[in-house]
Design a protein around this ligand. Structure first.
Ligand SMILES: [Zn+2]
Ligand SMILES: [Zn+2]
Length: 378
């Protein structure tokens, strides 16, 4: 994402005072809060953007640098926004607004304590052929994902045994760490490493998941690869990733599609390019050749007098569009083959043929330079 103007991000004028900046940031944060905005996949990126703008505009020194030199000035000044260390947008919010965060009750607080955490994403790669990419194809992917243990139903205790208060965090599920940021000291809550944020630990851990509440499950999913997909594109299957913790939603499954190279074709956007050999006499006489396409070979007319490198375009024989747009073409480059070795008889014939050539045989409407231009233009 391109870095936007910080004043635009917060929606304040360049003369906004500290209180206005703070107010604008709180208003944005309230809109982007995951509790009210669970359906907006961009909320996290937007909040990070707003937080970055706020970190700069709420700091007198940074704001001066930014006003004078823009984003580059901040880089030179040694400021690099970094919100990547936070595990999720919920962590980010609790860092900015949670207990001890320096903001008073923007959202009533308390959210961070053992809160729901979304499960991680899983990525798997599949390889398909170019023809499969052109037509679309179902693929089966296998992967491992964390899932809730069915023996203990996720609470980590052997069924019927007690769960006790965690002694490390005294049941709060959180350990607090202090770090320095633009706000001065910021108390960041971290999830307790003993109870994993539950605040409670089973006395007799579940045998199936060893008290974790989660097991690794092997899954197979059939995925429909849409026609027109390009090498390296990803298909997202919402909610098919790792299970969330404490009631959080599951992560997503990303299927990365690799399209294998096809030695017969080069891909040029939605067009395909192929090369066919035509013997020199046949190029002069005209002939019909067999051209490979994604739907099998088709006969193609080569008109008499076809020159080396000339292109025959087969409309609509390229790749289909992924969403909208037109199907590409297949461009067939004619490679006129000059025989490398000749028998005595062939040599005699060619010599006689050569002697018979007149200027009229070689006449060409297109000059050599024009021809080169056309070849270089592709
Ligand atoms: Zn279990
Ligand atoms: Zn604990």
């Amino acid at each position: 994402m391109a870095t936007r103007d910080y004043y635009d991000v917060l929606g304040v004028g360049r003369d906004a005072d500290e209180a206005q900046v703070k107010k604008a940031f709180r208003r944005l944060a309230r809109e982007l809060h995951p509790d009210v905005n669970a359906h907006d996949p961009d909320a996290e990126a937007k909040f990070k953007e707003a937080a970055e703008a706020y970190e700069v505009l709420s700091d007198v020194e940074r704001r001066q640098l930014y006003d004078a030199y823009g984003h580059d000035g901040l880089k030179t000044g040694g400021y690099a926004p970094n919100f990547e260390g936070f595990g999720s947008i919920s962590d980010l919010f609790s860092a900015f607004f949670g207990a001890g965060g320096g903001f008073d009750g923007a959202f009533g607080g308390g959210r961070a304590r053992g809160g729901a955490v979304q499960g991680g994403d899983v990525a798997v790669a599949v390889a398909i052929d170019l023809a499969e990419a052109a037509h679309g194809t179902p693929v089966e992917v296998a992967y491992d994902a964390r899932a809730r243990c069915t023996t203990c139903n996720g609470n980590g205790a052997t069924p019927g045994t007690p769960i006790e208060t965690c002694s490390r965090c005294r049941g709060t599920g959180q350990l607090q760490a202090v770090s320095r940021t633009a706000f001065g000291q910021l108390v960041r809550s971290a999830v307790c490493d003993v109870c994993g944020g539950d605040g409670r630990v089973p006395r007799d851990p579940c045998q199936t998941c060893r008290g974790d509440g989660m097991v690794v499950e092997q899954r197979r999913v059939e995925v429909e690869v849409p026609q027109g997909i390009a090498d390296g594109q990803r298909i997202r299957l919402s909610g098919r990733g790792h299970a969330g913790e404490r009631g959080g939603p599951s992560g997503d499954l990303y299927v990365v599609v690799r399209v294998r190279e096809d030695e017969r074709f080069l891909r040029d956007g939605s067009d395909l390019v192929t090369v066919v050999d035509v013997a020199a006499p046949l190029a002069a006489l005209g002939t019909t050749i067999e051209v490979p396409t994604l739907d099998g070979p088709v006969p193609v007319e080569v008109r008499a007098g076809t020159q080396p490198g000339e292109t025959i375009t087969l409309g609509g024989r390229g790749m289909p569009p992924l969403s909208r747009g037109r199907t590409g073409d297949l461009r067939v480059v004619v490679n006129v083959k000059i025989p490398r070795r000749l028998t005595r008889e062939q040599r005699d014939l060619l010599e006689r043929f050569s002697e018979s050539l007149t200027e009229d045989n070689q006449r060409d409407d297109e000059g050599m330079i024009a021809k080169l231009r056309r070849v270089l233009a592709g």
